[in-house]
Design a protein around this ligand. Structure first.
Ligand code: ADP
Ligand code: ADP
Length: 225
């Protein structure tokens, strides 16, 4: 079954800039896919369509059987977990526990179940010991891992990461790669870091000028690029 299906997606901004020209691809459950492409290719515009921040002029986006723009935006946002490039856009509570609890609590998860979700999500990113710490006391790499946990705690269908390796030192970069490999979730990663794509994603999409210019095994795509 597909986690994500994008069909004939086209979009122009209100000022008339055409950012996407009929984008088609499908990501199966459990795949890890890199989204590559030059600045201005439409990557951000595409990602903003995946959880309904933007809705299509033309075409469809389906996440776990739900249609973006038609089915409940809350249901869609629960299933599409966005990890921003800057973790400080995602962490705003006094402690790590409260930051990771925020999403599931909003969905109505309470008590023991909420506590368990928080611990499980932090365990998955190796940050369980930081549960009572203020996020701003953590290193950048640790904050990025906590930002991933805030999204995992929502139990998303697909995890979408914007430049996950940016600003990480080599050790943090390796740690995050191991974490992403260990997760049992579909991943779409926007990146300019080709070695990271090669290391983590069996498949890559190249978006260029608002169209999918290539879609296939990362090794072959990078050899041709
Ligand atoms: P990428 O993320 O690959 O760098 P974007 O999705 O940000 O690409 O941009 C795709 C195209 O849409 C570019 O031509 C960009 O200038 C344009 N664009 C992006 N955001 C806006 C906006 N808010 N209004 C008008 N044009 C935009
Ligand atoms: P990124 O490298 O993250 O894709 P961009 O340079 O594409 O960043 O865009 C940064 C921000 O500027 C985005 O929020 C995008 O929507 C906005 N933007 C990009 N191009 C335009 C444009 N031509 N007009 C208005 N806003 C734009």
């Amino acid at each position: 079954t597909a986690s994500l299906e994008v069909s004939r997606l086209a979009y122009a901004y209100p000022d008339g800039t055409q950012a996407l020209f009929g984008v088609d691809f499908r990501i199966e459950r459990g795949e890890r896919v890199a989204l590559l492409g030059p600045n201005g290719a439409g990557k951000t515009t595409l990602v903003l369509h995946l959880n309904g921040i933007l809705t299509a002029g033309h075409g469809t986006v389906t996440v776990a059987g739900l249609r973006v723009g038609e089915d409940s935006v809350l249901e869609i946002r629960r299933r599409v977990g966005l990890v921003f490039q800057d973790p400080d856009d995602q962490l705003f509570m006094p402690t790590v526990r409260e930051d990771v609890a925020f999403g599931p609590a909003n969905l109505g998860v309470r008590g023991e179940e909420l506590e368990q979700r928080v611990k499980d999500a932090l365990e998955k990113v190796g940050m369980r010991e930081a549960i009572d710490r203020p996020p701003h006391h953590l290193s950048f790499g640790q904050r990025r891992r906590v930002a991933v946990a805030t999204v995992l705690a929502m139990e998303p269908e697909i995890l979408v990461l914007d430049e996950p390796s940016s600003n990480l030192d080599p050790a943090s970069r390796r740690e995050l790669a191991e974490i992403l490999r260990s997760l049992d979730v579909t991943v779409l990663m926007v990146t300019h870091d080709l070695p990271y794509a090669l290391e983590l994603c069996e498949r890559s999409l190249i978006l260029s000028g608002g169209v999918i210019a290539a879609d296939g095994p990362t090794r072959e795509i990078l050899a041709d690029a």
